[in-house]
Design a protein around this ligand. Structure first.
Ligand code: ADP
Length: 394
């Protein structure tokens, strides 16, 4: 047995799982919430049992200590843990693969915090805290950006002053890489073809959403950019807008640049368009005849269809279009209009298969469809555990 403890640290939270990558299903999952606030909570689930405690967690060190204490009090034992895997949002150009953490890596991650001020500092705090509490096992950083380090220069270069771009590391990095990598591999397995011979488009549609073009297992395009704000319409993020919008809002509307950033990250996307971030609520509102919510879904679908068409062109054809994550796996009312709009490109939707709910990987196109359309559940935790094991086995 080689158990991996996975930590995913946000600014005020720590999500964790204990799992054996050979087995797959987690043996324990948990969440520390409200770190740094007056009262926090930790929830620890082992099988059907849930253990919950409320008390203050001053910082990530106290949060990680509470995680370890939960394992000590309620099991399973952490004695079999061979490594800790840390989800790390931004690897910049420095980290192109999962990496064993040492002092040099920590120093480089500190430098990268400027690129991802919201995401990287909590990740670093989690790494430091976990190293303190679990000093005898290796720690591995897994980067959301790593899978996209293969993007060709013409895909990752922004058409701005290159002196500025190079000096400040401004380029497309891409995010959700662990999911895009895992799901494209699972898709090749589903197609029963070597991944080297496949052209696959992956739509990762969760609260955050991104799409990637994967040619022979190698990512060649993706929709998120320097930050996770670029690209598709998301739960609360705008995705693509005219870059001139910022000046307009700051100048004509008198907003500060921080207010613009909050508007685009927190008050836009589906939330801004119709007030609903959850696609289940979107469906209910549309079924009740709410036209504004219908428009919101239309905008969401329009953007996605545009990216899919563009990625088919970049790939020079496509074998499979794959939907994954919360919306991609569950929302037939999102997948349906997307595939119907792609009819001219040879996509044929199997309406019954699309409407049928299932947890396993499945096909929702008809046998006549020129492109196979798949729904494949993502499993970022399993993928991260596999990565962690691979790094310590090198
Ligand atoms: P993230 O990991 O980015 O927080 P998820 O991949 O868990 O997001 O996706 C969450 C979203 O999935 C929800 O906001 C909701 O829109 C959508 N979702 C989840 N279940 C369903 C469902 N049964 N039907 C439609 N949409 C769903």
């Amino acid at each position: 047995m080689s158990h991996i403890l996975l930590l995913n640290c946000g600014s005020s939270s720590i999500k964790y799982q204990l799992l054996d990558p050979e087995v797959g299903a987690p043996e324990a999952v948990g969440l520390v919430e409200r770190i740094g606030l007056e009262v926090g909570t930790i929830t620890h689930e082992v099988g059907d049992n849930e253990f919950r405690e409320s008390r203050p967690f001053a910082d990530h060190t106290e949060g990680v200590a509470a995680v370890v204490k939960m394992f000590q009090d309620h099991g399973p034992s952490l004695d079999d843990v061979v490594a800790v895997g840390h989800r790390t949002v931004h690897g910049g150009s420095t980290f192109v693969e999962s990496t064993l953490v040492d002092a040099g890596v920590i120093a480089k991650l500190e430098e990268l915090s400027d690129l991802a001020p919201l995401h990287n500092p909590p990740g670093l705090a989690g790494i430091r805290a976990a190293q303190e509490v679990l000093p005898d096992v290796p720690h591995v950083a897994i980067f959301d950006t790593a899978f996209f380090s293969t993007l060709p220069a013409e895909a990752y270069t922004y058409a701005i002053d290159q002196e500025v771009a190079k000096r400040l590391g401004i380029r497309k990095y891409g995010f959700h890489g662990t999911s895009h990598s895992y799901v494209s591999k699972e898709a090749a397995k589903f197609l029963d073809r070597p991944i080297e011979e496949t052209k696959i488009i992956v739509c990762h549609l969760g609260n955050g959403a991104s799409i990637s073009a994967v040619d022979g297992g190698v990512a060649i395009e993706t929709s998120m950019g320097l930050t996770p704000l670029q690209g598709l319409v998301m739960g609360t993020r705008s995705g693509d807008v005219d870059p001139g919008l910022h000046k307009y809002l700051v100048g004509a509307a008198g907003m500060t640049i921080d207010e613009v950033d909050t508007l685009l990250n927190k008050k836009s996307g589906m939330a801004g368009l119709c007030g609903h971030t959850d696609m289940r609520d979107v469906k209910t509102a549309i079924d009740e005849g709410d036209e504004q919510t219908q428009l919101a879904l239309d905008v969401y679908v329009h953007r996605l269809v545009g990216y899919i068409g563009s990625y088919i062109a970049h790939l020079g054809g496509v074998d499979a279009l794959v939907f994954t994550a919360g919306i991609g796996e569950n929302a037939a009312h999102v997948r349906g209009p997307v595939i119907r709009k792609l009819k001219a490109l040879g996509f044929e939707l199997d309406e019954d298969a699309n409407a049928t709910r299932a947890k396993q990987a499945r096909e929702i196109s008809t046998p006549e469809s020129k492109v196979r359309v798949l729904v494949i559940p993502t499993n970022e935790e399993l993928a991260m555990a596999q990565e962690t094991l691979a790094v310590i086995s090198k």
